[in-house]
Design a protein around this ligand. Structure first.
Ligand code: SOE
Length: 387
């Protein structure tokens, strides 16, 4: 690989939130300039969360120069160019509006917002301020998924008939798992907005909209299997307001049919994100547990040899997205690299003026589908995905 120039402008990052996603993004900021030759290099200026000792420890581990314990102080700093929001969903919109008003770039963890109205307000805030913005739907940047997108764009599948996606987990089956607060805010509707729909299905929907275009209408069902859990903030047993599982049917604008399923109650599955697309000439299948492989079946292959191919997406000659930046052919990369790719694309977007997707506006469309799914489940009826 050609050498990487050391002459780079700093992109001064302020991170809000020290959880799992704060770690994933910090890792990406630290690594991107070692592997991608870009005009800007992330400089970890400040990290913010409410607990001072935890924030200091996080800053030391990941290399942040300083800490804040009030997100407003971080947003107001003159030495921060871009603010990364990695806190529970109920805080996204207020922080994003403040970041935009301060004229800073904003990167926001998925889902964009608690609901469509908040998402629309966030889009208006960043667009009126004219600040670069992006939402972290990282699975688009798995090389095998990006390759799938290229094959579809090239017309290799022809007309698309079916789109199928699952995201299955099993970590909330225990009835004594509390809701709310640290690590468990995803179980609290007041902090998360929804359950698996906004958390896991949102990934499936983002990828589907990108690969297969707009979704017209949906018919969904949800279930909340554990109806009460102790809330960590109050110590009281409170009603659970999130969806534990959600499945929906949909129709895409291109005429294809979609089937989506997501749950945190699929015993044995930890993070099984799979997608399959069936077209007129070919089909594609991808599985997060085997993320460097793309399964491909082409009806145009010679009959004797026709069958599913398992493409090991590690070529270095430019044929496999991103892979020329990493090791040597045959050596694979993993989950954390998807975030490195997303930072690289964000920086590239700053340099070229072509914003990296998904922007807030792109992610609003996923929010709209999630909203329609929840409305459909609540009303037991087909619901249009409105613009
Ligand atoms: C939930 O367990 C979770 O961490 C999601 O919030 C992430 O977005 C997903 O990538 C993995 O699972």
């Amino acid at each position: 690989m050609a050498g990487i120039s050391s002459n780079k402008e700093p992109l001064r990052i302020g991170l809000i939130g020290c959880g799992f996603m704060g770690r994933a993004h910090s890792n990406a900021y630290n690594r991107v300039a070692n592997f991608f030759d870009l005009p800007y290099k992330p400089q970890l200026k400040a990290v913010c969360s409410r607990n001072e000792a935890d924030t200091r420890a996080f800053a030391e581990t990941w290399g942040y120069e300083s800490i804040e314990t009030d997100w407003r102080a971080l947003v107001d700093r003159d030495d921060v160019d871009a603010v990364d929001i990695c806190v529970p969903n109920n805080l996204h919109s207020e922080i994003a509006a403040a970041v935009a008003a301060a004229g800073k770039m904003v990167l926001c963890e998925k889902p964009l917002a608690m609901n469509v109205a908040e998402g629309e307000a966030m889009c208006r805030a960043v667009e009126e301020a004219g600040v670069p913005n992006m939402v972290w739907y990282n699975y688009r940047r798995v090389p095998a998924v990006m390759l799938a997108s290229q094959l579809i764009q090239e017309g290799k599948l022809g007309q698309i008939f079916h789109y199928r996606a699952n995201f299955l987990q099993d970590w909330t089956i225990a009835k004594d798992l509390p809701q709310g607060g640290r690590a468990l805010w995803r179980l609290d509707a007041a902090e998360a907005g929804s359950g698996v729909t906004g958390d896991l299905l949102a990934h499936c929907i983002d990828t589907a909209l990108w690969l297969n275009g707009a979704i017209r209408d949906v018919s969904a069902m949800t279930a909340t299997f554990v109806k009460q859990r102790m809330h960590q903030a109050t110590g009281l047993v409170e009603a659970v307001g999130i969806d534990d599982a959600c499945a929906f049917l949909c129709r895409f604008d291109n005429g294809s049919l979609g089937v989506f399923e997501s749950t945190r109650y699929a015993r044995g599955h930890k993070a099984l994100f799979t997608l399959e697309i069936n077209g007129e000439h070919a089909s594609l299948r991808w599985d997060l547990h085997d993320l460097h492989r793309l399964q491909y079946f082409s009806h145009e292959d010679e009959g004797r040899l026709r069958g599913w191919r398992s493409i090991h997406v590690t070529e270095h000659d430019g044929s496999h997205p991103y892979m020329d930046k990493w090791w040597v052919p045959g050596l694979q990369i993993g989950y954390e690299h998807t975030f490195v790719h997303q930072v690289a694309d964000f920086i590239e977007g700053l340099a070229t003026g072509r914003p990296a997707a998904p922007t807030f506006r792109d992610a609003l469309q996923t929010q709209r589908v999630c909203g329609a799914v929840l409305r459909s489940a609540g009303s037991d009826s087909w619901v249009q995905v409105s613009e």
